[in-house]
Design a protein around this ligand. Structure first.
Ligand SMILES: [Zn+2]
Length: 88
């Protein structure tokens, strides 16, 4: 049997104060602007075999890159997100 008491803990963590767009280099205040952060680890046995890729892109650069490369994407409005099933 365990008896418990309530304790207050102080948590220290690193939080970003600014984000630099990895495409245009513009510096944004964190939590002020929308950013797209790409984090992906390629599967073992793939061409990249476990490598990790990371990039931060500002909203402007993200959509400019998608449009430049004719990437098809779908915007789900916040009101419709609960009905989104992941299919594009
Ligand atoms: Zn940018």
């Amino acid at each position: 049997m365990k008896n418990f008491k309530t304790v207050t803990k102080t948590v220290t963590e690193n939080v970003p104060t600014e984000i630099v767009c990895d495409r245009c280099g513009k510096i944004y205040k964190a939590m002020q602007d929308d950013f797209f952060s790409l984090d992906h680890q390629f599967g073992y046995g793939s061409k990249r075999d476990g490598d990790v890729i990371h990039a931060d892109l500002c909203e402007h650069c993200l959509f400019e890159m998608l449009d430049e490369h004719n990437v098809k994407y779908q915007i789900i409005n916040n009101e419709d997100i609960s009905e989104y099933d992941g299919a594009i």
